[in-house]
Design a protein around this ligand. Structure first.
Ligand code: EPZ
Length: 418
């Protein structure tokens, strides 16, 4: 089995470019089937979730190949409308293919994505959006069967600014007759990147980044080239690691505005953070202080995906920090693993109270989910001794080269077979 082994205590120094965004490229890969032609994606991160999406595209009849650092998808002949169970189980967010398959073929079938490590992951908002556009959606025997002779543009009001439901509605709306207006849409930067991709493919989409998105369906699409936006959560991970370990790190190929709530928290904890055009510089003496309460919220609020990561950075801070996880029911599974390293964290329902301790000790710990695994890396670089991180497949879902990246910044980190 492959593990990540970190020997903490080293300051992090250097300049590092940030990989492309997982949560942008996944909906964009689904969107490639809207066009019966070729799409070239640049800056596409090599992640297991991307490989899972490629397997789905190939199953549907597309040709998807890496050509050097570019991912080229030819969706000229999409012939299947079903996503088989084994592919759905590989990646929960495969549900994002639903709207695109429906728009292209008029029908779509897949197993119910079900929950994941973060707790139940309902898709009621996805399904109600597709029904609003005229799709008949049946849920039987754990499978979703959708049919739509013709999708019709409508107003879709989301009761929650769901990222996935917004993306599914946008993709289905591209195949609808007339205009669709999505009200209370998610405002994440990844939605803006999806809009930019759809526009480069010839679709008429506007309003992404605001709560109201308009899509004019039925546009003629064309071959296009798109560069995937930088991953703001990967950026938050490496800044948090530098904050905890101490040092001076500059991230490039990053939009500092996309993670301003995270950099504000790191600044409050005592780091110097300077955001510039395409770059963020962080300096830390490693002696952080506790900060005011961290409450996760839809963008532009504090990102739930950075909750575990920031928590790991504050484990040795002076004082007590309160976290409130408002987005998912089960997003503190990393806490027990951090406590194995000597952290002092108590959890009650949605609240986690982190009291700083003088030191962390390396230990053998287990990834519970993607960002929980990232938090273990942040804790490992600031712990005394050696940390061995198991079940690292969770980390590989969202980080293209975590060992290479952190080693480039001076961390003593390696892959190890055990
Ligand atoms: C996306 O998940 C991201 N995943 C998640 O990142 C991220 O944590 C999340 O958005 C919130 O920012 C991808 O983009 C692939 P939601 P998604 O729909 O779309 C509830 C990571 O670590 N909800 O915005 O599934 C839901 O239960 C991953 O990279 C419904 O009730 O998130 C949750 O409480 C983890 N009904 C809240 O909305 C629905 O139909 C937000 O979920 C849909 C969602």
């Amino acid at each position: 089995m492959k593990h990540i082994v970190i020997r903490g205590g080293h300051r992090l120094e250097g300049v590092l470019p940030v990989q492309g965004a997982k949560n942008s490229v996944l909906p964009i890969l689904a969107a490639t089937i809207l066009h019966p032609g070729t799409t070239v994606l640049r800056g596409c991160p090599r992640l297991s979730d991307v490989e899972a999406s490629i397997r789905i595209l190939r199953h549907l009849g597309c040709d998807a190949q890496w050509q050097g650092e570019e991912l080229v998808v030819d969706a000229s002949s999409v012939s299947r409308w079903d996503v088989p169970d084994h592919l759905m189980r590989e990646m929960r967010s495969s549900v994002i293919f639903l709207g695109a398959i429906l728009a292209r073929l008029g029908k779509a079938e897949m197993s119910y994505p079900g929950g994941c490590e973060l707790g139940p992951r309902p898709i009621d908002l996805h399904l109600s959006a597709l029904r609003k556009l005229g799709a008949a959606v049946e849920e039987k025997g754990g499978r979703l069967c959708c049919e739509a002779a013709a999708l019709e543009g409508r107003e879709i009001a989301l009761s929650l600014p769901s990222v996935g439901a917004t993306e599914n509605a946008m993709l289905a709306a591209c195949g609808a007759r007339g205009e669709t207006v999505i009200v209370n849409a998610a405002r994440e930067p990844e939605i803006v990147d999806l809009q930019n991709f759809l526009r480069s493919m010839g679709c008429t989409v506007r309003g992404a980044g605001s709560s109201t998105i308009c899509v004019a369906g039925g546009q003629l699409t064309k071959d296009c080239i798109h560069t995937v936006m930088p991953d703001r959560i990967v950026a938050a991970t490496y800044l948090s690691a530098a904050a905890a370990a101490g040092g001076e790190v500059e991230l490039t190929h990053v939009d500092y505005r996309h993670l301003s709530t995270v950099t504000a928290a790191l600044h409050e904890a005592g780091c110097r953070v300077i955001g510039g055009e395409g770059r963020i510089l962080l300096r830390s003496d490693g002696a952080l202080k506790a900060i005011s309460a961290v409450r996760t919220a839809p963008y532009p609020g504090f990102p739930t995906d950075a909750q575990a990561i920031l928590m790991a950075a504050l484990l040795k801070s002076r004082g007590t920090t309160v976290f409130v996880e408002n987005m998912f029911d089960n997003r503190y599974r990393h806490v027990d693993e951090l406590c194995r390293m000597g952290a002092d964290i108590s959890v009650a329902d949605r609240v986690a109270v982190v009291t700083g301790v003088p030191r962390l000790s390396g230990a053998t710990v287990r990834c519970t989910d993607l960002r929980g695994g990232a938090a273990l890396m942040v804790a490992g670089v600031s712990a005394e001794g050696e940390t061995c991180i198991e079940d690292i497949h969770h980390i590989c879902r969202g980080y293209a080269d975590p060992v290479g990246d952190l080693a480039a910044l001076g961390a003593d980190i390696r892959w190890e077979e055990r």
